[in-house]
Design a protein around this ligand. Structure first.
Ligand SMILES: [Zn+2]
Length: 425
């Protein structure tokens, strides 16, 4: 059993983001309903899987199953908890579907025939261990419910930027956590790196040593690491994954992990060593987003301080307005809720930031003026009533602090009223 190690090597920020999504989207409830529906309809295994995929069992695929069962046992799974299938797809890939052991719904792992045809046994086992790691960490719990609430490619509903951003970061971090746990199960670094590097390229033509792969990816990693923040593919770029696994493999933690050391002292040591690598990965994947330049910083401080003063004008803070502002701030900052609350709790601090940021906007970034005034007027009309107090503060901020002309302010307010104002709605 390597359950204790599995928790220690998991990226803490991944767990935190998952908890945030779970709490704010009531994913527990969504999952409960989805699983209940499956049980009532008797769809414990989806029709397209049971009807069109080849079962991978002890009897049909002994070689693979034998090793896979060793991994399952290490993670504390029973044989009947996870079912395996092979689908007729060319791409070197696999996917997992989280079930619910308590409700007797099995977890499912599907391997593409392309993976079995073009990967070596060891490489295939690494992929299986990776999918088992997703199941072990329960990643599907969040993605199932999230994709139900916001179906991919559906244009009907817009994902609020903050949820989109958090989900994307979480997805990427969960790949890195699973890569690590997969390595703990297989202890086969070489096959992991080869599999991650080769991806959909064919085995026949790509023949390269692990050392060479690491050399190639190191230089690409340096070029990509600053751009990864804006990668919204839900998977980290491959050189990032390879380099991060290499760092884990070369860390002090690995020396203990490879021996499956689960005594308290070793676990503490593993945790500490992994924390150091995690700091870097969290930064690269943008899970701690911060303004990238002065202009973004000025915009973020102006919006948060000015919005807090306008919101304070009402007797109680409207949730709608609050959410509107944190979604806007999430473009620049990882945890906008903390930032906005800080401004709301410290009006003197908010005034100080307002003064400094508006001076910078006037002097260096006048092109931001209309944009930020529009955000404030949108905020003002959002709560379905417009109070004199709010209007006074807004005019004060726009005319005195930003020195915007009267006509621009009026035009912007009228624009927001026509677009968003819903009195008595
Ligand atoms: Zn994965």
């Amino acid at each position: 059993m390597i359950e204790k190690i599995a928790e220690k090597i998991r990226i803490k920020q991944e767990k935190k983001l998952g908890d945030f999504l779970n709490k704010n989207m009531n994913l527990n409830f969504v999952n409960f309903l989805l699983n209940r529906r499956r049980k009532i309809k008797g769809e414990l295994i989806p029709f397209d899987i049971e009807g069109y995929c080849t079962p991978l069992t002890e009897k049909t695929c002994h070689k693979i199953y034998e090793n896979t069962y060793t991994f399952m046992k290490a993670l504390g799974f029973n044989k009947d908890e996870i079912l395996f299938y092979i689908s007729d797809e060319f791409e070197i890939n696999a996917k997992s579907f989280l079930g619910d052991t308590e409700a007797n719904i099995p977890h499912i792992i599907i391997l593409n025939s392309g993976l079995l045809e073009r990967g070596s046994l060891k490489e295939v086992l690494w992929v299986i261990a990776h999918e088992l790691s997703h199941i072990y960490y329960g990643h599907g719990y969040i993605s199932n419910a999230f994709n139900f609430v916001y179906p991919p490619n559906s244009k009907k509903k817009c994902i609020p930027p903050i949820l989109f951003y958090y989900y994307s970061c979480w997805k990427k971090l969960n790949e890195i956590s699973s890569d690590r746990l997969s390595l703990c199960l297989t202890k086969d670094f070489e096959s992991a790196i080869k599999m991650l590097f080769k991806g959909p390229s064919t085995k026949k033509y790509v023949d390269v040593s692990t050392e060479e792969i690491l050399n190639i990816t190191k230089s690409i990693f340096e070029k990509l690491k600053d751009r990864e923040k804006n990668n919204f593919f839900n998977y980290p770029a491959k050189p990032i994954r390879i380099t991060m696994l290499d760092k884990f493999y070369n860390s002090d933690a690995w020396e203990l992990v490879k021996k499956d050391r689960e005594d308290p002292q070793s676990l503490k040591y593993i945790e500490k060593s992994v924390e150091k690598i995690d700091e870097e990965i969290v930064k690269i994947l943008g899970s701690f987003k911060e303004p990238v330049n002065e202009k973004e910083l000025v915009k973020m401080l102006f919006i948060s301080s000015a919005a807090s003063l306008i919101m304070k004008a009402d007797k109680h803070i409207e949730k709608d307005g609050f959410n509107y502002i944190i979604n806007i701030l999430s473009e620049f900052y990882f945890d906008p809720t903390i930032l906005l609350n800080e401004m709301l709790e410290n009006p003197d601090k908010a005034k100080k930031y307002l003064k400094e940021s508006s001076r910078k906007i006037k002097e260096k970034y006048p092109d931001l003026k209309t944009d930020v005034i529009t955000i404030l007027t949108n905020l003002m009309v959002r709560d379905k009533k417009i109070s004199d107090e709010e209007v006074n503060i807004l005019f004060d901020i726009a005319s005195k602090f930003l020195e915007a002309d009267f006509y621009t302010i009026i035009e912007t307010i009228l624009g927001s009223i026509q677009k968003l104002y819903k009195p008595l709605y």
